[in-house]
Design a protein around this ligand. Structure first.
Ligand code: PEP
Ligand code: MG
Length: 893
């Protein structure tokens, strides 16, 4: 029978799938002998069963009882016991951290009786009533779905009745009265009384945590972070310890290193006399962790010792939540900490230098996604800037846009193409959609560990937090700069442009030009400044990735300049030159002439005009990639793309006819455009079909490819052209083009020393049929290049040009897929076709070269798949080349 509940002592950190990250690490810390309050974990299996069936799975309740009884035995008191209650927190915890996205309920076990027991035990009436008030409030809002505003308003009313703005001025009597008010609110809005039975509280809280897996904000966060929708959350039930028992108590968050730079030292925030979420919520400004040494040296020393144990044990930067209850330190959570992209690289190499990990492991500690972030530009240090204020550098990057003060506006304005910066006092999980839509985030409250900072860092979004000088007035959509600085008194209203520098914490007025990042300069020019720890770390990790990876990395490039850039980024050839890009601009009319040619002569003339241009194009590419393979694809898109739009032309013709000004030419043009018009052009006359239909077109391109190559070989340049045929569905198509190639290469201008210039002939595999008949195709093709854009389109039957703006968002919402299959390869469907074609092709031709040139070539997850599938190379846009190199190394390590 499935086991649904685990004691902390029964688990370990490798069980994140089952126990969630929080639960697995609580178990690990317990087994390390660290001071963790006792508790147990309800598994993700239980959550999934609950979400699927709508009720707790059979056996779960009995297991909870068994573990609760054991916990009560350990603690020497029962849950909610009237004279000395055991209280527990009920916390969510999924395999992947989703900070603040799901529910937590604290102080479960308090009721009208046990509140007195707690007061007696703590010797503090106020504390007991405050804890009870928090339970009813949290329970009401999260478990019983009552609008949190009702509780908020009641609290405000109690404070103003007392003539204060500070919670701490409410005494035990005020809080006891507030509990009565809250209970009334529960009865009124939930249609039931606040449950007095502690076990019922526990069961309902567990359900609420399960249900919160499917909350809107959790769904949005998962989509953003590509976390699968079907994992479910575990629930930790932990005996409560209290940070709000007076000034010798408190709660805090700590990092074993600086999560923004990786520097060693003491990083974190501490809040005296506070409970649980107060720190992360960023509601009160916190003290720096170093202050704890002064406040409570014993606990501070113990915390430092534990941080050392954790870092040595996890061999990585850890973040920690802790509580001090009357001078006794308790560990509430640890995990391998979220960090900025820069810190990921520097910490990884620091750990190598400290002998904790080797370079292979360092490579696993960084991601292509992080590398891509480091390549983003930053503000020009020499630009004129009007500094408004400086806050905490919570998440690096340079972001500018119009100030907006709420999530809905951020989403609406971003949707219409405007860049916005979301300005809030503090953010909460409901701001998530706005944070995603915004270029950057600015808050006036909360530290580096506030919700805004943690979430922004996790998604690589620029953020400045805790800019305390700012008075943010969300209601009137304006912020005012306080303090004594030059900008003091300045107001910034919704729609005014501001710029935030998440690396320095600075906030500016107006738009500021950006310059390339040092990491970008390193890739572009190979410059390494020894003093720049980040660039040194990136270089070291990249060299290791390059040294071990099996998968080669090429670029998709159509011009000499792009090819040269790609080469500097480390491309080892061109995997796709889309020749249609060479027919735009002025040359478009030549193609139009070709399409409209009525006689052989007219056609030949158009082709003859195009030939020297194509020779020039290919020469530039070969030169930039000398010594490396260059794959040139014969013309792919439907011909009508080079002709005027049918509707527009019809209107023009109708108008001309009306005016009696219609020419024969215009009429013929309309006729031709109509003839070539297709309902489904992507499934129509394109690719190899076009080459067969329009005589001479492919031959002209083949001629240009081989003549340009032959001429360069004569000059002593090494050229390795690969001629690629698009959209092949049957070997007969490829045979027809191969025959044409065989003829053209015998022409004198394509010969080198009397023999055809060295070249290869291959095909794209971008139709399911091509993948299935790969064995036949491999008889003719020397290489396959998977066109995963079209292969995804044709395998799923999704129009690649339409779906992302139509029903995909609903599909993502319904969890039908976690990420668009056009962005990250659908490995089970489309990926299987890639594998089938690879096996079948290589069975026939052992040295068949295999590559991929769809957008997936630069997607980290897809790169790992292509590595496993045994491909020889991936090809992606020049800017993704470093990312693909890194991920290819990670796939190997
Ligand atoms: C593809 O289909 O994956 C491909 C690379 O070709 P294109 O995107 O040009 O259709
Ligand atoms: Mg294609």
């Amino acid at each position: 029978m499935t086991k649904f509940v685990y004691d902390f002592a029964e688990g370990d950190r490798d069980q994140r799938d089952l126990l969630g990250g929080k639960g697995a690490n609580l178990a690990e810390m317990t087994n390390l002998g660290l001071p963790v309050p006792p508790g147990f974990i309800i598994t993700t299996d239980a959550c999934r069963a609950y979400l699927a069936g709508g009720s707790e799975p059979e056996g779960m309740a009995a297991e909870v009882t068994e573990h609760l009884t054991a916990l009560e035995g350990t603690m020497g008191k029962r849950l909610g016991q009237a004279d000395d209650p055991l209280l527990v927190s009920v916390r969510s915890g999924a395999k992947f951290s989703m900070p603040g996205m799901m529910e937590t309920v604290l102080n479960v076990g308090l009721n009208d009786d046990s509140v007195h027991g707690l007061a007696a035990q703590a010797g503090d009436d106020r504390f007991a009533w405050d804890s009870y008030r928090r339970l009813v409030q949290m329970f009401g809002a999260t478990v019983l779905d009552i609008d949190a505003e009702h509780f908020h308003d009641a609290l405000e009313a109690a404070k103003s009745a007392k003539g204060t703005k500070n919670d701490l001025d409410l005494d035990a009597g005020d809080l006891a009265a507030l509990v009565e008010t809250y209970k009334g609110l529960v009865t009124e809005h939930a249609g039931r009384d606040f449950p007095q039975d502690p076990r019922e509280q526990l069961d309902l809280a567990v359900r609420a945590v399960f249900d919160s897996w499917n909350s809107d904000r959790a769904n949005i966060y998962r989509r953003q972070e590509r976390i699968p929708a079907d994992l479910g959350t575990a629930v930790s039930v932990v005996s409560m310890v209290f940070g709000n028992l007076g000034m010798d108590s408190g709660t805090g968050v700590a990092f074993t290193r600086d999560p923004a730079s990786g520097a060693q030292g003491v990083y974190g925030d501490y809040l005296q006399n506070a409970q649980g979420e107060d720190v992360v919520a960023g509601i009160r400004n916190t003290l720096a962790l170093t202050e704890l040494e002064r406040i409570d040296k014993t606990s501070y020393d113990e915390l430092m010792r534990i941080m050392g144990v954790l870092e040595a044990h996890y061999r990585d930067l850890c973040d920690i939540e802790f509580t001090i209850e009357r001078g006794k330190l308790w560990m509430l959570q640890t995990r391998v900490g979220k960090r900025t992209a820069a810190a990921a690289f520097t910490v990884a190499t620091q750990l190598v230098d400290e002998g904790l990990i080797d370079l292979d492991e360092a490579l696993q500690r960084v991601t292509g996604h992080q590398l891509a972030q480091l390549m983003f530009p930053r503000f020009d240090p020499d630009a004129d800037k009007e500094l408004l204020t400086t806050g905490m550098n919570a998440s690096p990057g340079a972001a500018g846009g119009k100030a907006v003060f709420d999530s809905e506006t951020a989403v609406a304005w971003a949707k219409r193409g405007e860049k916005v910066v979301l300005v809030r006092r503090e953010t909460n999980p409901d701001d998530l959609a706005g944070m995603i839509a915004a270029e950057g985030i600015l808050t006036s409250r909360g530290g580096r560990t506030s919700h805004a900072a943690v979430v922004a860092r996790g998604m690589g979004k620029t953020a400045v937090c805790g800019a305390e000088e700012l008075e943010v007035d969300v209601r009137n959509k304006v912020f005012t700069v306080g303090g004594e600085g030059p900008a003091a008194g300045r107001e910034v209203r919704e729609g005014e442009v501001i710029a935030v520098d998440g690396t320095s914490g600075e906030v500016y007025l107006g738009e500021i030009p950006v310059v390339p990042s040092p990491v970008m300069s390193y890739f572009e020019h190979g410059t390494i400044d020894d003093g720049d720890e980040l660039v040194v770390a990136v270089d070291r990790i990249m060299r290791h990735a390059d040294g071990i990876r099996r998968l080669r990395v090429r670029a998709n490039a159509d011009t000499g300049d792009d090819a040269a850039l790609a080469r500097r980024f480390g491309a080892e050839g061109i995997g796709l030159c889309r020749t249609e890009h060479m027919f735009l601009g002025e040359r478009r009319s030549l193609v139009e002439d070709l399409v409209l040619a009525e006689t052989r002569d007219e056609r030949e003339k158009a082709l003859a005009a195009l030939l020297p241009m194509q020779i020039e194009d290919f020469t530039a590419l070969y030169r930039a990639m000398a010594g490396q393979p260059v794959t040139i694809r014969l013309l792919d898109p439907p011909l009508h793309e080079f002709l005027p739009d049918l509707t527009e032309l019809s209107v023009q013709v109708a108008v001309a006819r009306e005016r009696g000004e219609l020419t024969d030419e215009q009429e013929a043009l309309l006729e031709n455009v109509r003839r070539l018009h297709e309902q489904n052009p992507m499934l129509g006359l394109r690719g190899v079909r076009l080459g067969i239909q329009v005589p001479g077109l492919f031959a002209m391109q083949i001629r240009a490819i081989t003549r340009a190559a032959a001429a360069l070989v004569d000059e002593g340049v090494t050229v390795l052209p690969e001629i690629m045929v698009p959209l092949v569905g049957t070997v007969q198509e490829l045979q027809a083009v191969a025959a044409e190639i065989a003829e053209v290469v015998q022409e004198p201008e394509s010969l080198v020393d009397g023999a055809p210039v060295e070249h290869q002939v291959g095909t794209m595999i971008e139709l399911p049929r091509a993948a299935l008949v790969a064995a036949e195709i491999a008889e003719v093709a020397q290489f396959f290049s998977f066109g995963t854009n079209d292969l995804t389109q044709t395998t799923w039957g999704f129009s690649r040009d339409d779906v992302e703006s139509s029903f995909f968002s609903a599909y993502l919402d319904h969890g039908i897929f976690g990420v668009s299959p056009f962005e990250s390869l659908d490995t089970v469907g489309v990926g299987e076709l890639v594998e089938i074609a690879s096996w079948r092709g290589r069975e026939v031709r052992h040295d068949l070269k295999l590559g991929i040139c769809g957008e997936h070539g630069g997607d980290p997850d897809s790169v790992h798949f292509f590595h496993r599938a045994g491909l020889d190379y991936v090809s992606c846009s020049p800017f993704r080349v470093p990312v693909a190199r890194l991920e290819a190394g990670r796939a190997q390590a």
